[in-house]
Design a protein around this ligand. Structure first.
Ligand code: ZN
Ligand code: MN
Length: 254
């Protein structure tokens, strides 16, 4: 069993009090991902990857995911104006990351892996980590924290296999082949391929504008079409991420 919150407190204590457990913390967002898919892939994908990673390590636990993320941006997540996209302020995310890390460290944990599934979260997570480390250090507690986004583990070989017609880049993958393939593999009940919309990858000017302009975003909410997504590709993507992340953790926390 490696889901942290499923343990009773005594079992949790015995596994964590000496600081040799690795705590994985998935961080996502609730955000529309097109008409063909649920709004939680940014949570469910890093959660499933974390659980699989943890099962291959000696003493690793997956903390409950932080399900709400920083505001969806037009050029990476379609934008914050779609019904259902439910986001929090940067400050709230920073505070949440900081508070959760400090609480887990006070239990004795010293090794953390933060697994991000929503691009817009990136620097707010960094800030939460930084403030947590600073505060813990004042109390004489030193922790080691890894931060990663799972898609950075997808190598060129996998990209060629998953995107045989050419890869248009991670920035337009929102609700596209990558996330839809992973969801078809992990949670096929949350995907309906009949509802995918065929459209060319979104193109944007090199600047952002505020307030955001909804007409910049394809009406589907996806930034590229998911129609070529398959569970087979999802399995390939999942494996390469899990194996890569396990390797990184073994390197860092050997
Ligand atoms: Zn996403
Ligand atoms: Mn996202």
């Amino acid at each position: 069993m490696n889901r942290l919150a499923d343990l009773d407190w005594k079992s949790y204590q015995s596994r964590t009090q000496h600081g040799d457990a690795v705590i994985l913390l998935p961080i996502g967002a609730i955000e529309q991902h097109g008409p063909h898919m649920s709004m939680n892939p940014d949570v469910l994908i890093p959660e499933a990857i974390s659980e699989s990673v943890a099962s291959g390590l000696t003493n690793a636990l997956v903390a409950p995911a932080i399900s709400y993320g920083y505001k969806s941006q037009v050029k990476s997540g379609g934008g914050n104006f779609f019904p259902g996209t439910t986001c929090i302020n940067g400050k709230t995310l920073i505070d949440t990351i900081q508070d959760v890390l400090i609480a887990l460290a006070r239990h004795g944990n010293r090794r953390f892996v933060l697994v991000n599934g929503h691009y817009e979260n990136s620097m707010f997570i960094v800030e939460g980590i930084d403030l947590a480390l600073e505060s813990l250090r004042r109390d004489g507690i030193d922790c080691n924290i890894m931060l990663l986004s799972y898609w950075d583990y997808v190598d060129q070989t996998t990209i060629k296999a998953v995107f045989p017609d050419g890869f248009t880049g991670w920035d337009v993958e929102h609700g596209g082949v990558l996330e839809t393939s992973l969801m078809l593999y992990l949670h096929p009940d949350l995907v309906n391929m009949d509802k995918t919309v065929n459209h060319a990858p979104a193109t944007f000017p090199p600047y952002d504008r505020f307030p955001p302009e909804p007409s910049w975003v394809p009406a589907s909410g996806t930034l590229s079409s998911a129609s070529k997504a398959t569970a087979e590709h999802g399995k390939l993507l999942f494996r390469v991420c899990v194996e890569g992340i396990q390797g990184s953790i073994k390197t860092e926390f050997a």
